[in-house]
Design a binder for this molecule. Sequence first.
Ligand code: TRP
Length: 454
Amino acid sequence: MQQNHRVNFGSKLGAILAAAGSAVGLGNVWRFPYEAGNHGGAAFICIYLACVFAFGLPIMISEFIIGRRSKASTGEAYNVLAPQTHWKWVGYMGVLTGFLILGYYAVVAGWTLEYILQAAIGGFSGKDAKGFIRMFTDFSQHPVRPLIWLYVFVLFTHFVIVKGVKNGIERSSKVLMPLLFILVILLAACSITLPGAERGVEFLLKPDFSKVDGDVFLGAMGQAFFSMSLGMGCLSTYASYFSRETRLGATAISVGLIDTFVAILAGLIIFPAAFAVGIQPDAGPSLIFITLPNVFQQAFSGFPVLAYVCAVAFYVLLAMAALTSTISLHEVPTAFLHEKFGFTRGKSARIVTGGILVVGTASSLALGDWSDVTLFGKNIFDALDYFTAKIMLPVGGMMAAVFVGWVLDRQVVRDEVTNGGVLKAPYYGVFLFVLRYLTPIGILAIFLNELGCF
Ligand code: TRP
């Protein structure tokens, strides 16, 4: 399966931006605030940051090593590095996880398109917090509208995937990431200055550890994996397109910093605004869709044109950030079918797209007509989210850590981290120690704790 003529990202910056494009998405702007809101705010964020360091960064470097060394997508990477072993199942599980995540992620991505439209036709004007809650509920429970947006979004993703790695992924990430960054900073500044915003800032920054339980740990860990695109071989598939010169440690740190920074800023937009207009921070998946329109309305109340431009720009950039993430998720099963079964990329992509449309339809309807169809007491949408983010990703990540820490030849690991001895990589010793002990034991402890073992 060794492929010597794989396309590479065109530059080091291209590699960082593509990985950051995968990491930064709805996970930061949509999922992080609602998970933080459900789990009490600041204490969740502290545990989240600990997870980023203890699990996120070491696993990201591990996935980079697995991908660049094997030069294969996740599904096949373990087969290349550890032939004839059961490790291949970790790769296969990653392919399945990516597919299932897309099955609900694409639904939310579709919502961003509806909100672009609403922002553009002035659908926000004159509404208050209650009005925005109604607007969201009516839309998300509608039997047809969210489905149309879902299909449109999945087709966009399909289109970029067939165009290929360099043209599609790299070029779009380069322009959009910096723009999103600027707008997010601007909106955070607006939100903090809303009257009554202080309580939101306090909610974000003043931890109350007395409310922390096993669920908070599981939620924070799941969110770290989800947000950093880890645990299913998404970034290892991208790393198979990295060149020999890409510095794995530095790239992981840049991506981790950018991703965390955007998530915290998103929190700084959402919570001050939510408290200012009286929306509960634990509103769940609807949180950003009912809070944000208020920010545009209120923060720029004297400047309707500015409010209009910012609202449209924000949802366009959010949709784009979601697109660079759905592309990275789609790439994993597509590359797998292409490499494993020899289908053309086009055919592989069509199979994956078809599957996503089916799962996506079910999870979209789960918020309306199919809300009483449940798996383990959760509707299809919530069940997909729970099992992928809180179970499959941490298990996959733990396996990647064990594989690189314990199974892969030590010389190979050093060679990848130092680019064949060119880099000094002073963090190497710490990295290996954390990866071998802290990461797997920490993840296991959170699982056991959740199961009530201690
Ligand atoms: N990290 C992305 C976000 O925050 C979503 C995503 C892309 C992802 N690729 C992934 C999540 C792989 C888990 C695994 O929106």
